[in-house]
Design a protein around this ligand. Structure first.
Ligand code: ZN
Ligand code: ZN
Length: 358
């Protein structure tokens, strides 16, 4: 008999709070969070006594291995019937309405024949995921240290004369060599005026001397992501570029200091925005300050002017102000930070002083 995992206990508490008999989980990131299962076809049904993982023949052995607490069901032949079986005598079943496609949902509702009410509960598991336990923070910290070693290597190797795509590929190589299972997202390598696009796609264009280069990258380790941005100089840069860098760094340091337990998410965003606006560059900082990072590279909580809610211990967020001058350059500096009782714990140690590389 496997002991009940703490996350399943929490789900069962939530079922009682929300007067649900069971929860159906379809989002693969939420399935991984609750069961450890990493296959591409998995649906969980959790009620007060049972925990069922429906998958198909390709994954039954893997599921039994990764999810010992769950009863694994090969639902391939009649997935909907198996799901109805897993619901048992439940009357109210919560599901993620933001994740389910309309057609499978309609078919499921039909199969349930009014015996079971499906209750929209999107965000329920996501809000649990926003608060990380120590093992999760360790995994994110290790992913961040692999990313850190990539910045160290790139600073040594230099950028000038290599294309943005070459650097993106080099980042991928270094990530794998460092023990990552993959990248959190396609890396951003954006030199000169291209850096003014916050989500620039690497080009087949050589990086020139005397420019700013925005490098935004993250890796996956043990199922958890990291995310970090540094902006390098490739030689002498203009006074306006240097001033923009110092401005972004000032905004980054001040807002980072505001990442404390109890801080309102929108107030943390406002710290950086006020610094940049006071310099007349407010309209050049057009994105939010940061986002949660974990199993996904963008998750809760969000640090933006529209955010509701406050930071709690165990949140892991980015702090990434930037300024973007079309036709000239961009600057962004991004750290990954754990919200802790004793203050912000930065997971991305690479220097934030402007580094000049060849
Ligand atoms: Zn990033
Ligand atoms: Zn980010």
């Amino acid at each position: 008999m496997t002991a009940t995992p703490p996350r399943i206990t929490r789900i069962r508490d939530v079922l009682i709070e929300r007067e649900l008999d069971a929860l159906m989980v379809t989002n693969p990131h939420n399935v991984f969070y609750l069961s450890g299962f990493t296959g591409t076809n998995g649906t969980l049904v959790i009620d007060a006594e049972r925990a069922t993982l429906l998958t198909d023949f390709r994954y039954t052995a893997q599921a039994a291995d990764q999810s010992p607490y769950f009863e694994v069901v090969d639902g391939e032949t009649e997935p909907r019937n198996r799901l109805v079986d897993a619901f048992g005598d439940a009357k109210r079943v919560g599901f993620d309405d933001a994740d389910m496609r309309v057609k499978p949902l309609e078919e499921l509702i039909k199969a349930l024949e009014d015996r079971i009410a499906l209750v929209p509960e999107s965000g329920l598991v996501e809000s649990m995921r926003a608060i990380k336990d120590d093992d999760e923070i360790d995994a994110i910290a290790r992913a961040a240290m692999i990313a850190d070693s990539i910045y160290v290597s790139l600073a040594e190797e230099g950028l000038v004369g290599r294309t943005e795509r070459d650097i993106a590929w080099r980042i991928e190589q270094l990530a794998r060599e460092g023990g990552a299972t993959g990248l959190s997202f396609p890396p951003i390598v954006a030199s000169g005026a291209h850096g003014a696009q916050p989500h620039a796609v690497p080009r087949n264009v050589e990086i020139e001397a005397d420019q700013l280069v925005v490098l935004d990258l993250g890796v996956i380790h043990d199922g958890y992501c990291s995310d970090c941005t540094r902006t390098f100089a490739t030689g002498a840069i203009s006074d306006s570029a240097r001033e923009a860098y110092e401005l972004v760094l000032d905004a980054q340091l001040k807002s980072l200091a505001g990442v404390v337990v109890g801080a309102e998410c929108k107030a943390v965003d406002a710290i950086a925005r006020d610094v940049i606006s006071a310099d007349g560059m407010g309209d050049k900082f057009g994105h939010s300050l940061g986002h949660g990072v974990g199993i996904e590279v963008h998750e809760l909580p969000t640090l933006s002017s529209r955010s509701e809610g406050s930071l709690v211990a165990g949140n892991v967020v980015t702090v990434e102000p930037g300024v973007y001058l079309p036709g000239e350059f961009g600057v962004r500096i991004e750290d990954l930070v754990v919200v802790a009782e004793d203050g912000p714990r930065v997971l991305t140690p690479f220097t934030k002083e402007l580094v000049t590389v060849g």
